[in-house]
Design a protein. Structure first.
Length: 544
């Protein structure tokens, strides 16, 4: 095995074959570091962005039919289903799938019955039973006052035609179907993720229950194309945009530059059951002085919050008002402060917010009406924010790439912040020509699956390791991540300097990949060697 640098000495090699120890790490001289710092200080600031959503188009933004969300006002969107006129459906990010009564959906010959089943909502205890149908659902634009909704797009999804509803949890805000009666007025649309397998029985495949991410056609005259539509959505407090692109929303936030974007972890399906594609987003929470890591659900469907708290939680509780009813809530007079960190506590913090419970009214619109129900026996730390979350944040969901994103849109009095950037873990698929100058944080081991070539020019930090899994990736930042760098078979890493490969303590591992290291001025570099391992024959050059 030979490893070489055209502008430097042959590396010493111990052993040969599939496992050979090589030594490689460099130390920039103090003079080079000072020069780089001086150049950076004198350079004009450049706008930071990434282009994952470049080249795509979005549908026109849909204003919520009942106006902006509030504590007692949810979001609603006009849908049209077989045999009915456009109807306002509640839009809920805390569930997945449509339930509908016979007055709003009359199956026709093109609608396919796929079996009986039910859907359960834990917040109300409402259990809906009926028959699942595969059908087309038309998503409409909200009209001006006195106008008629107009079609924007059509989705093909599985919906539950409800024949009966029962209340399974005492004292909850829940209305059952009267004995011998026929359900009516049901028009409910869940557009969340990681909700279906636990609430739909039998579980329908998650990828065909959410109308917002299963668009199959765009209405004539709408300025968008299926060829450039990336399924996903962006929700503000006043409306929703379907299809992710670099289009600025009503609050001035752009998915390409203003969002703290977090990579989600894939779900593992239960035996014999389909599962949603992604787990809930990670968070850290401090409440009553105790902190823990768990998952967060921004929920547009309820006007209060519920929490499975960290271990050690000891705040006083009292019987909850209705809604939610039937449980115990943190006593508002405790003055407890709730702090939420997205995706966790780090420096700098991608996104965070806080509020303080009070016996009186709160001036902070992120406060969930001083109502935080405690669920003490949940499987893990969990926060359902309530719809007040959208008073502070614009929120995007990308089911293709597996991302959520938060942009600050704080209403007056909201306490929080967003530092735009990327928080990554797991496999990350990137299109040819990908570029990113947003600060990047490795939450865990991260593998870049690059199609063609791409460039990350920002600083990459965090405790995770970085693997170049495929394609050609150029790194030019002075990166500080500590988990090491791996170049896998089929991967090419172009490193602007050795600092691009993270902290020296992390090491460099080859598993069949290629390293191209740029050394425009070799005389300014001195080298410090650190052990790394090559598990197969690497190639290391200074070819650019």
């Amino acid at each position: 095995m030979r490893i070489y640098f055209r502008a430097g000495p042959i590396l010493s090699v111990a052993g040969s074959g599939a496992r050979a120890a090589i030594r490689y790490r460099r130390l920039l001289s103090a003079g080079s570091a000072v020069l780089a710092s001086a150049l950076a200080a004198g350079a004009p600031a450049r706008a930071q962005s990434w282009n994952l959503y470049g080249g795509y188009t979005s549908l026109p933004t849909i204003a919520f039919a009942d106006g902006p969300m509030g504590t007692s006002t949810g979001a609603s969107v006009y849908l049209s289903m077989t045999g009915s006129n456009p109807t306002k459906f509640v839009m809920d990010t805390g569930s997945t799938g449509i339930i509908v009564s016979p007055d709003n959906f009359k199956p026709g010959p093109n609608d396919l019955a796929v079996g009986t089943g039910s859907q359960f909502y834990s917040s109300s205890g409402l259990l809906s039973t009926g028959t699942f149908y595969e059908t087309n659902v038309v998503i409409n634009q909200t009209p001006a006052p006195g106008g008629t909704p107009t079609a924007l797009a059509t989705s093909k999804v599985t919906v539950l035609l409800v024949t009966n509803q029962t209340c399974t949890i005492p004292d909850r805000a829940c209305t059952p179907t009267p004995p011998g009666g026929t359900p009516s007025g049901i028009a409910y649309m869940g557009v969340g993720f990681d909700r279906g397998a636990s609430s739909i029985n039998p579980p329908a495949a998650n990828n065909n229950t959410n109308p917002f991410i299963n668009i199959v056609s765009i209405a004539p005259g709408v300025s968008a194309s299926m060829n450039t539509l990336r399924q996903g959505y962006l929700i503000t407090n006043s409306g929703v945009t379907l299809g992710l692109s670099n289009t600025t929303d009503i609050n001035g936030n752009n998915p390409g530059s203003n969002f703290a974007v977090v990579k989600l972890t894939p779900n593992t399906p239960n035996s014999g059951q389909p599962a949603p594609a992604w787990q809930q987003a990670p968070m850290a929470i401090t409440v009553g002085g105790v902190t823990g890591n768990g998952q967060i659900l921004p929920d547009a469907g309820i006007g209060y919050s519920f929490l499975t708290p960290p271990p050690g939680f000891a705040l006083a509780t009292f019987p909850c008002p209705n809604p939610p009813g039937g449980g115990n809530c943190i006593t508002p007079s405790s003055g407890a402060q709730v702090q939420v960190f997205l995706p966790g506590q780090s420096t700098s913090q991608p996104a965070s917010y806080s509020y303080t419970l009070t016996a009186g009214s709160s001036s902070n619109p992120l406060n969930p009406n001083n109502t935080v129900e405690v669920i003490p026996n949940g499987p893990s730390i969990f926060l359902n924010t309530g719809r007040q979350f959208f008073q502070g944040f614009d929120y995007l969901y990308d089911p293709i790439g597996g991302f959520v994103g938060y942009a600050w849109a704080g209403a007056a009095g909201a306490i929080g912040q967003v530092t735009p950037g990327l928080s990554l873990t797991g496999d990350v698929s990137l299109q040819d020509g990908f570029s990113n100058s947003l600060p990047t944080f490795l939450m865990g081991s991260t593998t870049l699956l690059q199609s063609g070539s791409g460039t990350i020019s920002s600083v990459i930090s965090g405790s995770g390791g970085l693997t170049i899994g495929s394609g050609q990736v150029t790194l030019t930042g002075n990166n500080t991540y500590t988990g090491g760098t791996t170049i896998a078979s089929g991967g090419i890493l172009r490193a602007g300097a050795d600092a691009a490969m993270g902290a020296a303590s992390g090491g460099l591992t080859f598993t069949g990949g290629t390293l191209h290291r740029h050394r425009p001025s070799p005389s300014r570099d001195r080298f410090r060697w650190a052990w790394v391992v090559a598990r197969s024959t690497p190639t290391a050059t200074t070819s650019w």
